[in-house]
Design a protein around this ligand. Structure first.
Ligand SMILES: Nc1ncnc2c1ncn2[C@@H]1O[C@H](COP(=O)(O)OP(=O)(O)OP(=O)(O)O)[C@@H](O)[C@H]1O
Ligand SMILES: [Mg+2]
Length: 552
């Protein structure tokens, strides 16, 4: 083949090149263009050269870039390379191009013409986009990995804390069991001894010769001391769950109502008594005398905790303890339906260390001669012997609620317990974010865990200040779930107010160990606020949170 068969004219090289050529005046007006360019943008040469400027073919972003960067750079450097533009073709399509430009000067050194070479960058743009996507994906995956790593540590820490709590609970339960067996054994022997002592003193009293007052008095004193010893022994037996009980069907409402006169006298003038009795209360089965005894013990403790007066609230309610709730307890409590009797006061409250010990026999903070430390031991023993459950809530300086759960009695005329579904329909979350604020670590852990299991995203805080910081950082929070009484200066209500200032309309669900009536009547919460009482079960929590989020 000879050289001539390849011969191409310069014009053909220019017009048919694999890139677009443009010559423009310094203001961008196009004065020359090759065929390739005309084909790309779909225009006739005569239309293009009628005063159109290069920048007229750019989109808004391109026009701005042309004015602010491209043109000044070109003036400064004389050439600009690899500038990415999108050309708007006449059919509306955007064509990605890379522009290399040189500036040609006239004899006096003034800019005369711009020569622009345009490369079709469609493929290159595609790679770039793919590259970008790949990088974003890689970053996301590595972010997820990092998060997984971080939460892994957190989860391990949580798991360890959970185990330690469980172990602590178990130790406590074992201690109570051991002390119970010991005291029970001693009390049992003592009872027998006291029976003999009492019998013999009585015998002596009957046989004492008339007129010997000194001996008479001695015998009476011995008898009185023996009676006190018998009472003590009885309380010990009660704690060790070995007192003889006489369980009968009980309407707790009637029982409480019947005690109000006695209670008022016990409490004195400075303590206001309020009873709130639930309608449709289930019956329970227990020894009525011992239940009265327990309520009096609680009332006396409450009175002692309110030396300057206050409010005592006794409430009854139907309650359900579900599997998740009882699983978290150290002592074995069967799940199911219970009758709740709750006694709340507005007294001194107690710290956590005290709370951990109050059920132990002989634990008292009262001065010698004032308390034996057997009141709550007796309550505990009686309730456990009756297959029930006691729970104590207290806040230092605020007050105390003690809740007694006794098993529901199912009579022949009532629906059997089995008709209540064991696992009620749980109302799950769909990733909504809930902020939980709670100062008691074990309650916090239980709540957070339950909510996570239900499918919520959970943020947690131990006091009001930390909670507010989270509210500010996380606009995605959809529900504030807070304890009414919090450590660290800001209570739940103040927290809700602060939160509302930052996030108007943010729904707030309160929780507290106090009963609903006690908390509302004692002025800590306004009526109509949303409250879920502690202890709450998994099912109750799921239903309440769902309803709040659904705005019901
Ligand atoms: N409502 C309450 N408020 C504050 N502290 C309480 C309350 N109830 C009990 N306590 C604390 O628990 C301790 C033990 O109570 P418990 O009833 O077992 O014994 P006590 O009242 O001291 O003596 P006893 O009841 O035998 O006369 C009390 O000394 C007190 O410190
Ligand atoms: Mg007491």
């Amino acid at each position: 083949m000879d050289q001539d068969s390849f011969a191409e004219t310069l014009e053909e090289l220019y017009e048919g090149a694999a890139c677009g050529y443009l010559s423009t005046l310094p203001d961008g007006t196009i004065v020359r263009a090759n065929r390739t360019f005309l084909t790309w943008i779909g225009m006739e040469r005569k239309d293009l050269l009628g005063g159109r400027r290069f920048q007229d073919f750019l989109n808004i972003g391109g026009k701005i870039f042309y004015d602010t960067h491209f043109a000044p750079l070109l003036r400064m450097q004389g050439s600009v390379n690899e500038i990415a533009f999108d050309l708007t073709c006449s059919n509306g399509r955007q064509l990605p191009v890379l522009a290399n430009t040189v500036q040609k000067l006239d004899a006096t050194g003034r800019p005369m013409v711009h020569r622009i070479t345009l490369f079709n960058a469609t493929d290159r743009r595609k790679y770039e986009r793919e590259l970008l996507l790949a990088r974003q994906k890689a970053e996301q995956v590595s972010g997820e990995l990092k998060e997984l790593n971080e939460t892994l540590e957190e989860r391990v820490a949580e798991e360890v804390a959970e185990r330690m709590r469980a172990e602590e609970g178990l130790r406590q339960a074992q201690k109570m069991e051991a002390v119970g067996q010991l005291t029970g054994g001693i009390a049992h022997d003592f009872n027998n001894l006291l029976t003999i002592i009492m019998g013999n003193i009585e015998l002596m009293q009957r046989r004492l010769p008339d007129g010997n007052e000194r001996l008479q008095r001695a015998a009476d004193q011995a008898m009185e001391a023996t009676r006190r010893a018998a009472t003590l022994t009885h309380r010990l037996l009660a704690f060790s769950r070995r007192q003889p009980l006489d369980p009968k069907p009980i309407d707790a409402n009637k029982l409480v109502a019947g005690m109000s006169e006695l209670l008022r006298r016990t409490l004195g003038e400075t303590v206001a008594l309020e009873t709130v009795l639930a309608g449709g209360l289930w019956r329970t089965q227990a020894d009525p005398n011992q239940l009265e005894n327990a309520i009096i013990n609680l009332a006396v403790n409450a009175r002692d905790a309110m030396p300057d007066g206050g409010n005592l609230t006794i409430e009854t309610a139907n309650a359900r303890l579900d599997e998740a709730y009882v699983a978290a307890l150290a002592e074995p409590v069967p799940p199911g339906q219970y009758v709740l009797v709750a006694v709340s006061d507005t007294g001194t409250g107690m710290d956590r260390a005290t709370m951990g010990k109050v059920f132990e026999p002989f634990f008292t903070t009262k001065e010698v001669g004032k308390g034996t430390g057997l009141g709550l031991s007796q309550v505990y023993g009686f309730v456990r012997q009756s297959n029930g459950h006691v729970r104590i809530y207290s806040e230092l300086g605020e007050g105390t609620t003690i809740k007694i759960y006794l098993p529901r009695l199912i009579g022949s005329d009532e629906e059997p317990a089995g008709m209540f579904a064991k696992n009620p329909m749980l109302m799950k979350g769909t990733g909504e974010t809930v902020l939980v604020v709670e100062d008691e670590p074990d309650v916090l852990a239980y709540t957070v865990e339950s909510l996570r299991e239900l499918g919520y995203r959970v943020l947690e805080a131990a006091d009001g200040k930390a909670a507010i910081a989270l509210v500010e950082q996380h606009p995605e929070i959809q529900l504030l779930f807070t304890d009414v009484v919090l450590a660290g200066g800001m209570n739940g209500r103040a927290l809700a107010d602060e939160a509302a200032r930052r996030r108007p309309g943010l729904p707030v669900l309160y929780t507290t160990g106090y009963t609903h009536n006690a908390i509302v009547h004692h002025g800590r919460l306004a009526p109509g606020t949303h409250l879920i009482g502690k202890p709450f079960t998994y099912a109750e929590l799921s239903a309440k949170v769902r309803r709040m989020l659904d705005g019901e």
